[in-house]
Design a protein around this ligand. Structure first.
Ligand SMILES: NC(=O)c1ccc[n+]([C@@H]2O[C@H](COP(=O)([O-])OP(=O)(O)OC[C@H]3O[C@@H](n4cnc5c(N)ncnc54)[C@H](O)[C@@H]3O)[C@@H](O)[C@H]2O)c1
Ligand SMILES: [Zn+2]
Length: 366
């Protein structure tokens, strides 16, 4: 088992990563101060539930806890006001109280939804993240919770830190290959903004990580979580530094939005966005070394896309970027790279340069 701590004073919590951890989830809860008199409420989705809920329930009941649960639809559509209302209703019917603890068993969708339900039920109850996707090494750490509004993604939410992140890497064995690749894009992101040693290590271990080798994947997730945890510890509420976590996301979000969140996965969109941001870093002279080619090469070895699909018109991508809620004072804010491991937030990116890069990165064809 690998362990690290998100250092937030009284709200600090451990992230534990390793195979088989769900079978001892009760002991981890006990050690975090959750006694068996507190009712547990598992939120999971219709894919993850049938695969992993029974194991969690057995482990918890074996440790003397009372456990209730709710199963929500799989995928982004579960981050809606309607599903949120259903979760809260299930919590009320399960007779939860202020001492109850919510367990989010699933990927980033379940984590965001269950975390938000925990943040708001009776003005806030404790919760635990039990991530089951690679992407969730990112989303389960940092305490950002929330749901979508028909007018935009993640527009309703709260900061609410979990008590514990317990990451059983055995659950990743049932993850579809496209979701594996998608999650690895965020690992590449953490390597690109974290430190060169992580990036070089990932490049050396790419085959083992992509093949799901337990030790290599565990180490990749540990190093990815460590980058995120360090950033969050220094800027919990995204007033400044935390913005570097958006590397690749400005273009990525625009592509996802133009696809109506039904084409590229989040990770695929971010992969393309990272190559574009790296190319832009070079074009604007922000980069003091080549950054686009190393990132492109790494993403390609993970089987991720690195070019803007031909169906996206650069002018429309730029328009979608302008609508992004992270814009400040009408200026285009982007995370660029001075070097691998050295992100810089640039607050007034010239649109003409973005457009030129989007053209350059665009796939040929119709
Ligand atoms: N809070 C944050 O800081 C943060 C950061 C990044 C992303 N996010 C959010 O995370 C969400 C994306 O997360 P995701 O990619 O994990 O998506 P997801 O939770 O929808 O999971 C992807 C798919 O895999 C299935 N699945 C999950 N675990 C599985 C397993 N072990 N075996 C088989 N199938 C499994 C799910 O049912 C779903 O169909 C987005 O809503 C995004 O906004 C949040
Ligand atoms: Zn992301």
């Amino acid at each position: 088992m690998r362990e690290l701590v998100v250092d937030l004073g009284a709200r600090s919590y451990p992230i534990r990563i390793g195979p088989g951890l769900l079978t001892t989830v009760g002991e981890h809860l006990r050690e975090r101060g959750v006694g068996p008199e507190r009712t547990l409420f598992v939120v999971t989705d219709e894919h993850v539930g049938p695969l992993h809920l029974e194991r969690v329930r057995r482990a918890l009941e074996g440790a003397g806890y009372r456990v209730a649960h709710v199963t929500v639809p799989a995928g982004e559509r579960a981050k809606s006001l309607a599903v949120y209302a259903r979760v809260i209703e299930a919590m009320i019917r399960a007779e939860l109280d202020r001492k109850s603890v919510v367990l989010a068993l699933g990927g980033g969708v379940v984590g965001d939804l269950a975390g938000f339900a925990a943040a708001t039920f009776m003005r806030g109850v404790d919760y635990v993240q039990l991530p089951t996707t690679i992407l969730a090494h990112d989303s389960s750490v940092g305490g950002k919770t929330g749901i979508n509004h028909p007018l935009g993604k993640n527009l309703i939410g709260a900061f609410h830190q979990p008590l514990l992140v317990l990451y059983d890497t055995d659950t990743l064995k049932t993850l579809p290959p496209r979701e594996v690749r998608s999650g690895l894009a965020e690992v590449v992101k953490h390597a690109a903004i974290g430190e060169r040693a992580f990036f070089d290590w990932l490049l050396a271990q790419v085959d083992a990580v992509a093949a799901g080798d337990a030790d290599a994947l565990g180490e990749a997730l540990y190093r990815g979580c460590r980058v995120k945890a360090q950033v969050v510890a220094r800027d919990e509420r995204e007033t400044s530094l935390r913005a570097i976590l958006n590397f690749g996301h400005t273009v990525g979000h625009a592509l996802e939005a133009l696809d109506g969140y039904a084409g590229l996965t989040h990770g695929e969109a971010v992969a393309i966005g990272m190559v574009a941001a790296a190319a832009l870093s070079e074009r604007l002279g922000v980069a003091v070394e080549p950054v686009a080619e190393p990132i492109r090469a790494l993403l390609e070895r993970f089987g991720l896309p690195t070019q803007v699909p031909a169906r996206f018109d650069p002018a429309r991508v730029l328009e979608a970027m302008r609508r992004d809620k992270k814009r400040q004072d009408g200026k285009l804010v982007m995370v660029l790279l001075a070097a691998i491991g050295q992100p810089v937030v640039v607050r007034d990116v010239p649109e003409a340069a973005v457009r030129a890069v989007l053209e350059d990165c665009r796939q040929q064809g119709d």
